[in-house]
Write a protein that binds this ligand. Structure first.
Ligand SMILES: Nc1ncnc2c1ncn2[C@@H]1O[C@H](COP(=O)(O)OP(=O)(O)OP(=O)(O)O)[C@@H](O)[C@H]1O
Ligand SMILES: [Mg+2]
Length: 269
């Protein structure tokens, strides 16, 4: 009986925290729920456990409040967050309710960094968040231009905001590009492979932002160790996506094979 009561109390405390956070969000009117549809979306993203995670992150100082949604993808929502000292951060919430799990697993199973993998949807969303955080850290430390990772908890990753006043920098597909952007991105691919020992695995004009004349690579949830059994296949795809984009923009590129060899550190004639 005592055991049950203890659980009730713990539950009651969680519930209070939950209400406090929901109230905080409502009160500040930062997330405006205009109609029923928006409320449904809100509840899909901010399920009780995710709210608790946000509450903890916010208490730990990673952000102070959310200032609105930046992007609603199939697998994740990205929010514009603001810290106490008014610095913008990107708050990426992996959706527990996403149905794309089969596709996700191939980017985790086989990565020597992730041995134990729960198969329920929350565990996968959480591992995805942790993976993106670790990947960003490895790239950051290797000197690749990526958003600086700030915090990770549960299915939420917080990182440096790339843009101004809550407006993200344009994706490569929406920006003007020059030859030196090609040089930069191919150099970054090389450093990601050799120094961070990763393959991005979802690299394209959609996942590179052009900010203050620099290129910043984002969306590292799919990135795998370069020792992952499918790493080579993913690298070939990244190379051909990047080459295709620059060729379409009229920029001379290295042949796929040559670029691949350069990234892998093989001799190129
Ligand atoms: N650190 C960041 N700073 C600013 N904007 C960001 C940041 N990270 C992501 N965004 C914005 O959110 C969008 C989606 O982010 P990301 O690609 O990481 O998520 P995603 O779930 O793959 O989304 P999608 O499925 O649309 O590609 C980006 O195109 C960009 O506009
Ligand atoms: Mg993306």
């Amino acid at each position: 009986m005592k055991h049950l009561r203890e659980r009730d109390e713990a539950d009651e405390q969680s519930l209070q925290k939950y209400h406090k956070l929901a109230e905080k969000i409502d009160k500040r009117d930062r997330v405006i729920l205009k109609n029923e549809e928006e409320r449904e979306v809100f509840e899909e993203v901010f399920d009780r456990q995710t709210l608790m995670v946000l509450y903890d992150l916010s208490n730990g100082g990673a952000f102070s409040y959310l200032n609105g949604v930046i992007s609603s993808g199939k697998e994740a929502r990205v929010y514009w967050g603001v810290t106490q000292d008014k610095t913008d951060v990107a708050v990426k919430i992996y959706l527990v309710a996403s149905s794309d799990y089969k596709r996700r697993l191939q980017y985790i199973v086989g990565d020597p960094r992730f041995n134990k993998i729960g198969r329920d949807s929350r565990s996968i969303a959480e591992i995805w968040a942790r993976k993106e955080f670790i990947n960003l850290k490895q790239c950051s430390e290797a000197g690749v231009s990526v958003p600086k990772p700030i915090a990770v908890k549960g299915n939420v990753v917080i990182m440096e905001f790339i843009g101004i006043d809550g407006v993200p920098a344009p994706k490569l597909m929406d920006a003007d590009v020059e030859k030196r952007d090609y040089t930069r991105i191919t150099k970054a691919m090389e450093v990601i492979y050799k120094k961070a020992e990763l393959v991005h695995s979802d690299l394209s004009e959609y996942n590179v932002l052009k900010y203050e004349d620099k290129l910043v690579i984002i969306d590292f949830g799919s990135a795998v160790s370069n020792r992952h059994p499918s790493a080579e296949e993913f690298l070939v795809r990244d190379v051909s996506n990047i080459n295709r984009f620059f060729e379409r923009r009229g920029i001379r590129t290295l042949e796929n094979g040559k670029l691949l060899a350069r990234i892998r550190g093989e001799k190129v004639n």
